[in-house]
Ligand binder design. Structure first.
Ligand SMILES: Cc1cc2nc3c(=O)[nH]c(=O)nc-3n(C[C@H](O)[C@H](O)[C@H](O)COP(=O)(O)O)c2cc1C
Ligand code: SF4
Ligand code: SF4
Length: 255
């Protein structure tokens, strides 16, 4: 079985992991295991040598989000080959790919290749629409090279990053913004159901500030744009941040 296991609140990490998985699978068919929701129950958690897994996760503060690590730790391999991918918003991935490299090895997987991919940043208007068709084409070309490596039985020796990871125990947290809900909310319940951390109460408006990780999934998926961040401090930050990260960066692949 070829599987893509991903945590992806705003769907960019998912796109890379799925594109690579599909290009790796002989018949183009993969099993998608979306662990974005904290309470997602997955049927398959054990993989063997004949399986192939692509992991996908976003970079949060140069690290893997700690809740994503918890979710990934539910899976174990038995010398199962895997491809590790992190997706980041055009600033940097710092130690996140190395953190994923270390985590999958602890879980019994064998990294064969890795990638640090560009995705639209959660905040501001940075690299909007990425990964785009060109990015996904690069992902598929990378997968073709991974296939060759799999045939040769070669593994990935290491990836960029440092240990101890930046920000130590403090790393891998979410952000500090807390979305607002406008009058236009029609109480459809979509954001309640889709919030990765179950932070939105049944009234569709009250957000538990301790659970919210500022992933902005609720803002992206709200069909009437009721969930929002239309407050001056955020808008000022977003404008500054967008200018700062305007120079597009390239996807990096490690074989
Ligand atoms: C809390 C938080 C922290 C982030 N930290 C970084 C970072 O350190 N470097 C970076 O380039 N992008 C950073 N981003 C942007 C995300 O990595 C990027 O938007 C990614 O594509 C989101 O993945 P997803 O669509 O799968 O949720 C951060 C986003 C959030 C929400
Ligand atoms: S998704 Fe939007 S409209 Fe639906 S409950 Fe949430 S905020 Fe309201
Ligand atoms: S309430 Fe917070 S954690 Fe939940 S989807 Fe919205 S931004 Fe993400």
């Amino acid at each position: 079985m070829t599987a893509a296991i991903y945590f992806s609140p705003t769907f960019t990490s998912k796109k890379g992991a799925v594109a690579i998985g599909k290009a790796l699978a002989d018949d183009g068919c993969i099993t998608e295991i979306d662990v974005t929701r904290y309470d997602r129950v997955t049927e398959k958690t054990q993989f063997d040598r004949k399986d192939l897994v692509v992991f996908g996760a976003p970079v949060y503060g140069g690290r893997l989000y700690r809740g994503c690590k918890e979710r990934f730790r539910k899976f174990s391999g038995n010398q199962t080959p895997c491809v590790i991918t992190v997706t980041y918003g055009n600033r940097h991935y710092d130690d996140a790919l190395l953190e994923l490299f270390d985590l999958v090895k602890e879980q019994g997987f064998v990294p064969v290749a890795g990638a640090a991919l560009i995705g639209q940043h959660t905040y501001g208007e940075i690299q909007v629409g990425r990964p785009d068709e060109d990015d996904l084409k690069e992902d598929r070309e990378f997968a073709a090279r991974v296939k060759e490596k799999l045939v040769l039985g070669e593994i990935l020796e290491t990836v960029p990053g440092n240990r101890p990871y930046i920000k130590g125990e403090e790393g891998g947290k979410g952000g500090n913004f807390r979305p607002l809900t406008a009058e236009t909310c029609m109480s459809c319940g979509l954001c309640v159901k889709e919030c990765p951390e179950g932070a939105i109460a049944e009234d569709c408006r009250t957000i538990d500030g301790n659970r919210c990780i500022a992933c902005f999934r609720c803002i992206r998926i709200c069909p009437v744009q009721a969930k929002n961040m239309n407050v001056a401090p955020y808008l000022e930050f977003a404008e500054m941040f967008t200018k700062k990260l305007s120079e597009p960066m390239k996807n990096e692949y490690f074989l």
